[in-house]
Design a protein around this ligand. Sequence first.
Ligand code: Q5B
Length: 608
Amino acid sequence: MATGQIFSRNTQALFYNYKQLPIQRMLDFDFLCGRETPSVAGIINPGSEGFQKLFFGQEEIAIPVHSTIEAACAAHPTADVFINFASFRSAAASSMSALKQHTIRVIAIIAEGVPESDTKQLIAYARANNKVVIGPSTVGGIQAGAFKIGDTAGTIDNIIQCKLYRPGSVGFVSKSGGMSNELYNTIARVTDGIYEGIAIGGDVFPGSTLSDHVLRFNNIPQVKMIVVLGELGGRDEYSLVEALKEGKIHKPVVAWVSGTCARLFKSEVQFGHAGAKSGGELESAQVKNQALRDAGAVVPTSYEAFETAIKETFEKLVEEGKISPVPEIKPPQIPEDLKYAIKSGKVRAPTHIISTISDDRGDEPCYAGVPMSTIVQSGFGVGDVISLLWFKRSLPRYCTQFIEICIMLCADHGPCVSGAHNTIVTARAGKDLVSSLVSGLLTIGPRFGGAIDDAARYFKDAYEKGLTPYEFVEGMKKKGIRVPGIGHRIKSRDNRDKRVELLQKYAHTHFPSVKYMEYAVQVETYTLSKANNLVLNVDGAIGSLFLDLLAGSGMFSKQEIDEIVEIGYLNGLFVLARSIGLIGHTFDQKRLKQPLYRHPWEDVLYTK
Ligand code: Q5B
């Protein structure tokens, strides 16, 4: 293992597996410490590339995302720490790949449950190549005021309380990540704070050991005293005992091995970590504490006395003039994330979208306030769903049935109409469903299928003004506007559109009034006197009948009806209905494996 410093204020890391929160915590820590460069140089997210936006203080920064470790190391040759947030299944393989990169010097493996045989291989490779492994099963480590791994030391509030934004004089190493948070706090209370803290992880075979880090701290001039928190199980503490006995450590060591309570249990006890189990006598907390005491470490008689032992050791060093406690500084304030500030009621922020028709935030989605289960249990149909989402109210059954009839009747009108033709050509050009559908839908407009709104607008206006069919049609002609809802390419006086007849029949039976439709029929009578094909077409029939539905149902105010007509809801019925047919045409062409369409020359008039 390398000796001395492994991190500095310029250390940058590559972060494996995108995890927003720990990365943001690292960047917040950087800001707190007044770092000029973010400590995360790049993110490796296997299979994806690009950038991730994160905050560096108040500013947003874009951190590059790489799909492979090799690409990330090549792009960020000065980033020498690899923070591995892979799962226990892939942590070993990705860690080994990282160790093999010449730019990587230190790796931290967060996953718990990495197979011990894999860890041993990682340790062997790292030792042979003079690299440092922290973990597996670790929260990481921190150099106060300089660099922090992932979630080490918890929230920003905790980091501030533990004064980790600036270096102190204590080197601290622990097996447990959770307990290291506790000790950061203790050490901050009774000393001038942490210089560096490492949690080596609770596995039986940690990538680096307690003594590895103690020996390293011994070589860091800024570290004046060392605090060690071991735990029962394993023999790691004995290499520290040896180092102390051999006089390799010149700085005071205050140590405690937790797990003394294991003796209270009658059988072998396994604590939280894989390595923390009461095995033979030598692995017990009591014997390890005594061995450390005998080797010269300051070892209290209980965990409760640990704080006092640290305090007294620190104060002695101050008295001896070996430590001049660092002057206190005020860290900058980290801007609070908007979502948390809103949640706590500290700020309010304007929303950017307003929505009134549906809500998916509760237990089940609601359409206009009606829960999905009610929609299903009450036997609602598509017409009911349309009335909730378009008109924001439940319409009577005869209205929703009329909507459903419109949809059924307009779902398709053969392959020769504009929309279907476009869809067929597009599907045969090898395009996907959505492209084929959209290409057909884009033909819907004033001539094809999209005349329903205008038909409703003009019929309503003419009816309300009391215009005779003659005045209305001739007035439109003078303005050069074709009457929307009148005329068809193949339907005529002698070949009536069955759909129009069916809609009219339904309305006659169920609607309280059909005054707008009757007016449209009078207009048709007049236009048919001009030309055989100027029939009331399906757009005209739906447009006029929907006016009757709106006016006759008693569910809409006059103002609401005017708004519906003005906004133009009704072409939506044709768009929705014809989508069904256009999707069918797409599938049909794909099923038939039809080749690229090319229009025949014979069907084109080439002229100058
Ligand atoms: N003339 C539909 O025209 C069509 C007139 C008119 C006064 C009129 C035409 C039109 C209004 C728009 C409309 C919906 C383009 C149609 C639909 C869905 C579909 C389709 C399908 C399906 C047909 C001949 C003479 C000219 C014109 C005059 C024509 N329409 N005058 N008001 N409305 N209608 N669209 O046959 O004196 O010779 O110059 O624009 O309601 O799209 O099945 O195919 O389900 O898919 O091409 O049903 O009526 O007639 O253009 O040769 O005109 O009649 O001014 O007079 P045509 P043109 P003149 S339903």
